[in-house]
Write a protein that binds this ligand. Structure first.
Ligand SMILES: Cc1cc2nc3c(=O)[nH]c(=O)nc-3n(C[C@H](O)[C@H](O)[C@H](O)COP(=O)(O)OP(=O)(O)OC[C@H]3O[C@@H](n4cnc5c(N)ncnc54)[C@H](O)[C@@H]3O)c2cc1C
Length: 361
């Protein structure tokens, strides 16, 4: 079906968590927003996400954004309507040589009102006996962090945006420009005219940017997780979320059915932009071979499915909101490389401010 031209103050390509967090903040600023997504809300990396949220990061810049994101998630959004964070706590394992930086990060978080503490391997053995952590590692424990159901959170953001948000289920094929200014987006259901455009289409942003002569190099990276069924009272399904910086493993309780979700970061790049509701036996064994060292029960726990997906990766490995694209009115917010969910409220705030400036120029 082809519609007549749609007009909004801002066109957002991408109905993932970044596009939606931005769209919601734009509507609060009084702007109308057309969100264009060929897969609907949370049909890309967002829908596959593990939803782990925490403030701790060794990088001060990422930590600021993660902390702001966690704050907003803990407040259940701006109107108290988002799903509540499952506050099972978060453990981030760090190697001994990272301890001074981790301790500085904990002090920094504490000063900004985020509860965090360093636990030694001995502390962990006492408090979380199901977990196996060698003496040379320590953990940053954040008792108020945890995880969120990603789909309901994305839908809640869209609902909060209210009638100023128009969701268009279509593929964006071209950016529309006039001279050096973005004027909208061409889609498979017709053109969307706008005073500013946000590209938050994950790896799909690269081809769209190219249509306006903007080079936005992004690659896809494989991100998957497996589910394992654990025998209670082994206690794994009540443990905090775990991110092991030394092995790339991340785990969280599934939230029901004594299941544990477990992934191990992958170096596989240039994978298809697809989400599959299963994992290969090889991936299950790759993950199990790593996570069994921290949760010994997972050595024999039966596999119970999982997800095979991707995220967009910027060449430097860090996502960014960029308003200096060379095309006036065009802002990009991409490249979150497996960690964008926890940052989304902070990124949305920043991108909305940039877009409002661009729309007013
Ligand atoms: C398995 C997995 C687990 C993860 N776990 C965590 C976690 O625990 N914590 C965390 O913080 N992060 C996690 N992440 C990362 C996080 O989910 C992503 O960084 C984040 O969701 C990216 O959001 P986004 O809005 O940028 O992209 P996406 O969610 O991919 O949204 C982009 C949207 O653009 C649409 N699109 C693309 N091209 C076009 C086009 N031409 N026209 C129209 N629409 C288009 C797509 O359909 C898609 O919906 C995980 C990711 C995966 C895959």
């Amino acid at each position: 079906m082809t519609r007549s031209a749609i007009t909004a103050d801002v066109a957002v390509v991408g109905g993932g968590i970044i596009g939606l967090a931005t769209a919601e903040r734009l509507t609060v600023r009084g702007l109308t927003v057309a969100v264009i997504d060929m897969a609907g809300i949370a049909g890309g990396a967002t829908g596959a996400s593990g939803g782990l949220v925490r403030a701790f990061d060794l990088s001060p810049a990422r930590r600021r954004r993660a902390a702001a994101g966690l704050d907003r998630y803990l407040r259940r959004g701006h109107r108290g309507t988002w799903p509540a964070v499952c506050r099972q706590g978060s453990l981030s394992l760090v190697a001994h040589n990272d301890l001074p930086r981790a301790a500085a990060a904990v002090a920094d978080l504490d000063a900004s009102g985020h509860k965090a503490e360093i636990l030694t391997a001995a502390d962990l053995a006492t408090r979380f006996p199901a977990l196996n952590v060698p003496d040379e590692l320590a953990a940053v424990h954040e008792p108020n962090a945890g995880w969120l159901p990603v789909g309901p959170t994305a839908h809640a953001m869209a609902r909060d945006a209210g009638p100023r948000l128009l969701l268009i289920r279509a593929r964006a094929t071209h950016l529309l420009t006039s001279g050096s200014r973005a004027t909208g987006v061409r889609t498979t259901v017709g053109p969307v005219s706008a005073r500013a455009v946000l590209l938050a289409a994950g790896a799909g942003s690269t081809a769209l940017a190219e249509t306006a002569g903007v080079h936005l190099p992004l690659r896809t990276r494989a991100v998957s997780y497996c589910l394992f069924r654990v025998a209670e009272p082994a206690g794994l399904s009540s443990l905090p979320t775990l991110v092991d910086r030394t092995t790339g493993a991340w785990l969280r309780p599934w939230g029901s059915d004594a299941l544990v979700l477990a992934g191990v970061s992958s170096r596989k790049t240039d994978v298809p932009e697809t989400v599959r509701p299963d994992v290969s036996p090889e991936e299950q064994e790759r993950v199990r071979a790593v996570v069994r060292h921290r949760y010994p029960q997972l050595a024999t726990a039966p596999a119970a499915g999982g997800v095979t997906a991707y995220d967009a990766m910027a060449p430097e490995g860090d996502g960014e909101v960029c308003a200096r694209t060379g095309v006036d009115g065009l802002v990009t917010a991409t490249g979150w490389n497996g960690g964008g969910f926890k940052l989304a409220p902070a990124i949305g705030e920043l991108a909305a401010a940039r877009l409002q400036e661009e729309a007013a120029r």
